[in-house]
Design a protein around this ligand. Structure first.
Ligand code: FES
Length: 81
């Protein structure tokens, strides 16, 4: 089993250690705006444990996925706001 996985974040290819959360991969790639509030304000991870829902992103076309609770997989496509 490879120690790393490769995914895309907003179209950019990123390779991270296996076991990395999507939130950590986004932050590691320099992303800090994960979603927008209804009034357009930038939002990002707050709790890091699945409670606040501020880290929601679109993964493989599915919106509102909590990125702090999902591990990166090979071929995953992540879209932030
Ligand atoms: S950071 Fe709070 S739910 Fe993900």
């Amino acid at each position: 089993m490879r120690d790393q996985v490769t995914l895309t974040i907003n179209g950019r290819t990123v390779t991270v250690p296996r076991g990395t959360t999507v939130a950590a991969a986004i932050a590691g790639a320099g992303g800090w705006v994960f979603r927008r509030s209804v009034t357009g304000e930038a939002r990002g991870p707050l709790c890091g444990m699945g409670i606040c829902f501020e880290c929601r992103v679109t993964i493989d076309g599915q919106a509102h996925r909590r990125s702090c609770q999902i591990l990166c997989r090979d071929g995953m496509d992540v879209q932030t706001a």
